[in-house]
Design a protein. Structure first.
Length: 96
């Protein structure tokens, strides 16, 4: 179940990820309290790669510390930023 790369990037930015350009588009998560966390993911600069396929989505899920269903909820927007932070805390990931 692939997703458009621009849609994923846009959703990540809306959910508290900060974008840093390099040879890829890197996204680091910033909590609602302003703390930059070690949680990060990336997408490619490659213009040919307009869609992100299952294998890359799977890697992004792991990088964001979510199951695939949770990650799709995050990027498809049913999951709020607060719900994302709650899921991270529930998984034992410190946001302090």
């Amino acid at each position: 179940m692939q997703r458009d790369a621009r849609d994923i990037e846009s959703a990540l930015l809306k959910k508290g990820f900060l974008k840093a350009d390099g040879d890829h588009h890197y996204f680091k998560y910033q909590t609602t309290t302003g703390l930059i966390t070690p949680i990060k993911t990336k997408t490619s600069h490659t213009p040919k790669q307009k869609a992100i396929g299952d294998s890359l989505l799977g890697m992004m899920c792991k990088q964001c510390r979510l199951s695939k269903a949770q990650f799709l909820d995050l990027v498809d927007c049913p999951m709020t930023r607060e719900q994302y932070e709650a899921a991270l805390i529930e998984a034992g990931i410190s946001l302090e």
